[in-house]
Design a protein around this ligand. Structure first.
Ligand code: ZN
Length: 449
């Protein structure tokens, strides 16, 4: 019934010709054993009678699992069949399936061009993904447990009881949950979640290792930064190269160097390195070639990291924290800077301060100031005007500025005032609303409104 036939095959290792029984219609409901054979790579295979090598016949297959409503046609690409022949063959094979109810999914069989591709489709339909989903569900449940712990003591107990489960994937799931809260428009809840996540990192074994590793990396970065400082403002390509050679046996230092001054490793730098490899005495050449390969890898990795732009606010902030030039990244991703981002950033600063993590809170404050500076530079002239007079040390100074610049900006200025006032009202910043209104009245007088 499974359309079995003998197919001659030549052994791939000894050349002996022998016959293998070949199945091309795999109907799992009637012959479930085919599934195991296929997934273990033993379908349409038999050992060579001469040398024992397992050889497999490459043939089109139709896999049908009615219970899973899964129909897959494998047309091995090695057979090089054109589209019409493929369609005809699939039609013929479909006709050989045991007759049963014809269902919608059978009109359009899934296609595979390799055995592995077919296996993946079967596994995917089969609960491997299910298993992964179950694992993920368990992780999310554990995240919920942490979030619902309610007290430091209870949280400590959750961590102690589940320490082994708190790995990289768990913390990814944690970030995911926080990110969802943000996407659902609940920035405050997201902040609380992030604060709890930070605490779990501090309490768990994996998190502690992570923090220790981070501290070590920070120390290396500091060392490399100190070293760079000794070269002063203008570090030459030759200096960069000699530094890279010094660090060629200390990969962490080399990574830190590339991370800090990625732009210095430009085309000219690599040209120079190649030239010095050519000139180097034979015994140094291999070392320099290895260094060049590694530098190529590191620069490519950094470029990729920068491009893999930021999944979500949390990821973006994390990237900024780690980025050697956060200003550039901020300027390139202004659309990612919104109220939510600012809220998360503030929450992280607060959290770092509470945890007495000065290094992190300094870094986050630095980023905060950079964001504010860049946003200000990108403001409309009207907003820059309002911003300036808000920051004026006295009413007299503000008045002077208004008289000097208000007329140039005209009516748009009053509109901008109203927009700012509305925004402040929405934020519940009553104190500042009053100040802005006073400044608007002063401006209106100058504009003769
Ligand atoms: Zn053989």
């Amino acid at each position: 019934m499974q359309n079995q036939q003998q197919s001659p095959i030549r052994c791939s290792s000894c050349g002996q010709t022998y016959a293998i029984p070949v199945h091309s219609i795999l109907d799992i409901a009637s012959t479930p054993q085919f599934k195991g054979l296929l997934l273990s790579g033993r379908l349409n295979s038999a050992p060579c009678p001469n040398c024992g090598t397992l050889n497999t016949v490459l043939t089109p297959l139709l896999y049908h699992d009615s219970e899973k409503e899964l129909l897959i046609a494998l047309m091995p690409m090695e057979l090089n069949m054109n589209k019409d022949d493929q369609e005809r063959l699939i039609g013929t094979m479909m006709n050989r399936l045991p007759k049963g109810n014809f269902k919608g999914y059978m009109f359009n069989p899934k296609r595979a061009i390799t055995m592995q591709g077919m296996m993946n489709l079967i596994l995917e339909a089969d609960g491997i993904t299910q298993e992964m989903m179950d694992e993920q569900r368990a992780r999310i449940q554990l995240v919920q447990q942490c979030l619902e712990a309610g007290s430091e003591e209870a949280l400590q107990k959750v961590v102690t009881d589940n320490d082994a489960k708190m790995d990289d994937r768990f913390f990814q799931a944690f970030s995911l949950v926080a990110q969802r809260a943000l996407e659902d428009g609940q920035p405050q809840i997201a902040q609380q979640m992030l604060a709890i996540q930070t605490r779990v990192v501090e309490l768990s074994t994996y998190g502690k290792q992570l923090l220790a590793k981070q501290a070590q990396q920070e120390q290396i970065i500091q060392e490399v930064a100190n070293q760079l400082e000794t070269y002063g403002e203008k570090i030459s390509r030759e200096d960069v190269l000699s530094l890279a050679i010094i660090y060629s046996e200390q990969d962490d230092h080399l990574q830190a160097l590339v991370g800090m001054i990625r732009p210095a490793f430009d085309y000219e730098f690599f040209q120079m390195l190649t030239a010095s490899i050519a000139k180097a005495p034979a015994q140094n050449r291999e070392k320099l070639e290895k260094l060049r390969d590694r530098l190529n890898q590191l620069t490519a990795a950094i470029d990729q990291q920068n491009q893999r732009a930021l999944q979500g606010v949390v990821g973006f902030l994390q990237t900024l924290v780690n980025h050697p030039q956060p200003e550039e990244m901020i300027a390139d991703n202004l659309d990612a800077i919104d109220d939510t981002f600012m809220a998360v950033l503030s929450a992280n600063i607060q959290q770092a301060e509470q945890a007495n993590n000065t290094a992190l809170s300094d870094r986050l404050k630095y980023i905060y100031n950079a964001v504010v500076t860049i946003l200000r530079a990108n403001m409309s002239p009207e907003l820059q005007f309002i911003n300036t007079i808000l920051g004026a040390p006295s009413d007299e100074e503000a008045e002077k500025f208004i008289q000097k610049h208000a007329l140039q900006l005209g009516d748009g200025l009053i509109e901008a005032f109203h927009a700012v006032e509305q925004m402040l009202v929405e934020q519940g910043n009553a104190a500042l609303v009053g100040r802005v209104q006073t400044l608007r009245t002063m401006t209106e007088k100058v504009l003769n409104r």
